[in-house]
Design a protein around this ligand. Structure first.
Ligand code: PRX
Length: 620
């Protein structure tokens, strides 16, 4: 694979242009997808934090790296590249002094505050591997990720506001760690409650474990030599949902990931030094890693970082931010756009948005009507649209339209250096117009290297389904001009507002309830969220449904995963459609909740009468 010289030359050139190396690589690519052994830029030494900070200091030390806006519009902090350097070094030194070493894992459980970025870069500075857990995850989900990653240190905050909701984050940490086996030795706690005046804080403190962030970094030197890392040293682990009940620890390595973060940010957004960039994602997800932290900072960009809610205090918040900071590049999810769109033109009239020139979208299909609204209404016909397709596993954008090929609903065309193909059910490439499974035909530098502690599962999930291809799990259509259109997931992964949630993860939680005999969870289309979760639940004989049961099930999801994974619909049903071997036919449930009237082949069902029964049970 990748035998041809052109690709090697192409990637050599990119690695030279975009990355500052301590020592140059000797082998551009080696490895094989047969064993899942992928190495890029072997022999090369570099440091991600050096590339995101130090190399800009000579002539851009005063440039603003990011302008932070808190939950309230009057909470603002600007951080220059020099300040970023100093804060990252202080934290890096504090971690080193505590005994955190190269390859140790550090868990970051923080809202969208500057310290989240300092923490990620401080890890990469000393060669520690960060694993960021989205602050919307519950204490159980946090514990799962800590146990799976074997993190030694946890960086968190005491409490924060999300809109008008008080989030007792440290409380979640205590619930996760206290009385549960885990690898965390110390917890560093950022004081965020200082921003909240109208609340009684009741923050529990374990004196020999918990350290205030301010104390942790006080008296630390503002210089810290960046650790020279091997190109293939892991940079981070990020847990994402798949079709099994357990989240997968996606491992990204230093050089390949950093190269494509930097290069794609530059190319896809046609970034120039006069741009102000705003990505309204969260660092807890891959978009935040690549397009809030590593991509923009490696390009010495100036970004807006926002830790509030798009609809708080009202629906004009994002638009106000665009005007206030003169944002020129805006990158968000279709859910956020649909939310704004649903508020009508009135909301738009509150801002000018004159500064915008490029609008990006990520995470879910951007339907043509929303695409047009984005261009005509939000962008006032002054902006190009880039709908970008990629995944946690790809590390960076794989497909995007060019600014001269603007087609509503399309994510652009495949390229020679990252060929994206469509496969039929037998794994044969479809040529020309067609619909099939989206797969990637050649290794690329920012590809996931393995699933942490589970290489076999990595092989089975991505590389062995269709040998010679990297399987994405998505389905797409290609038109006669080679433009690609993403249809959605083909597996049991639900994309709620651009957040991946596995059906099995939710089923595993629901089944814990003593009244529940069986459950099946499927995606349902939703006019704002794109997809939402519908849970079908069969009770144990003799048990009755009541409102308490519904709230208990919701509470279980809140506690075990997080509120963002709460089902929109819970249907208590008498039975589930099953094959003779006892497998639940989710396809039928999916068709039912999406109001389809044709159910395809139902001949393998042992209980075909259930289809009509379920239809009437759902409508009730
Ligand atoms: O189904 C695709 C969808 O999001 C999935 C990846 O989710 P995650 O790893 O959480 O990363 C999201 C941010 C990159 C994909 O398998 N997806 C991503 N981008 C698009 C998309 N679906 C349609 N259009 C997109 N532009």
């Amino acid at each position: 694979m990748l035998a041809n010289n052109t690709d090697t030359k192409f990637w050599d050139k990119q690695a030279t242009n975009f990355i500052s190396w301590f020592s140059k690589w000797h082998t551009t690519y080696s490895g094989s997808w047969d064993t899942g052994d992928t190495k890029w830029f072997a022999g090369g030494k570099l440091n991600a934090s050096y590339n995101c900070i130090d190399r800009h200091l000579l002539d851009k030390s005063d440039r603003i790296a990011f302008m932070w806006e808190g939950n309230e519009a009057n909470q603002n902090i600007n951080i220059s590249y020099q300040q970023l350097h100093d804060e990252v070094c202080k934290l890096a030194n504090a971690m080193k002094n505590m005994g955190i070493k190269k390859h140790d894992k550090v868990c970051i459980y923080l809202p969208m505050i500057p310290e989240a970025i300092f923490s990620m870069l401080a890890c990469s500075r000393i060669g520690a591997i960060h694993t960021v857990v989205f602050a919307g995850f519950s204490h159980n989900a946090l514990l799962d990720r800590i146990q799976a990653s074997e993190a030694k240190l946890l960086i968190t905050a005491d409490a924060y506001m999300r809109g008008d909701k008080y989030i007792a984050l440290k409380n979640n940490v205590d619930l996760a760690l206290n009385n549960h086996h885990n690898s965390i030795a110390k917890v560093v706690v950022v004081d965020q409650s200082k921003y909240i005046t109208n609340h009684n804080h009741n923050i529990n403190w374990i004196t020999d474990r918990d350290i205030p962030y301010e104390d942790f970094i006080s008296n630390q030197a503002v210089t810290c030599q960046p650790e020279p890392m091997d190109a293939e040293d892991p940079l981070f682990i990020l847990y994402t949902s798949g079709s099994t009940g357990k989240p997968k620890g996606v491992v990204h390595t230093t050089a390949g990931y950093l190269l494509q973060s930097c290069m794609s940010f530059n190319n896809v957004f046609n970034y120039t030094s006069s741009d102000i960039y705003f990505c309204a994602a969260d660092i807890g997800w891959i978009t935040g890693h690549t397009y809030i932290v590593y991509g923009p900072l490696a390009n010495a960009a100036t970004s807006v970082i926002f830790s509030g809610m798009p609809m708080y205090p009202d629906e004009t918040r994002i638009l106000q931010i665009i005007d206030k900071y003169r944002v020129s590049i805006f990158y968000t999810s279709p859910t956020a756009l649909r939310m704004l769109m649903s508020k009508g033109d009135q909301a738009l009239s509150s801002s000018s948005r004159h500064s915008l020139r490029l609008l990006g979208s990520v995470g879910e299909p951007l339907n043509p009507d929303v695409w047009r609204w984005y261009q005509h209404k939000l962008g006032k016909d002054n902006c190009k649209i880039v709908d970008t397709w990629w995944q946690t596993e790809t590390g960076s954008i794989m497909l995007h339209p060019t600014t001269d090929n603007q087609l509503p609903g399309s994510v652009g065309k495949s390229t020679d250096y990252m060929p994206v193909v469509l496969l039929d059910d037998d794994g044969n490439e479809i040529s020309g117009t067609g619909t099939g499974m989206l797969a990637i035909a050649k290794p690329w530098p920012s590809q996931v290297r393995t699933l942490y502690n589970n290489h076999q599962f990595f092989m089975e999930t991505y590389l062995q389904c269709y040998p010679g291809y990297f399987f994405s799990g998505d389905k797409a259509h290609r038109d006669k001009n080679d433009n690609l259109f993403i249809i959605g997931r083909m597996d049991d992964v639900i994309n709620v507002s651009g957040h991946r949630v596995g059906s099995a993860e939710i089923e595993n939680v629901l089944i814990e309830h003593p009244k529940i005999a069986e459950t099946a969870v499927v995606a349902t289309s939703h006019n704002i969220k794109g997809e939402c979760i519908s849970a079908f639940v069969k009770l144990i004989d003799g048990c009755k449904a009541n409102s308490e049961l519904y709230s208990k099930l919701e509470q279980l999801i809140n506690e075990k995963i997080g509120a963002f994974a709460r089902p929109e619909n819970i249907f208590i049903v008498t039975d589930l459609p099953k094959t003779r071997s006892g497998k639940i036919m989710r396809r039928i449930l999916r068709d039912l909740v999406n109001n389809k009237t044709e159910f395809g082949d139902t001949s393998t069902l042992t209980n075909p009468e259930i289809v009509n029964d379920l239809r009437s049970q759902i409508s009730r």
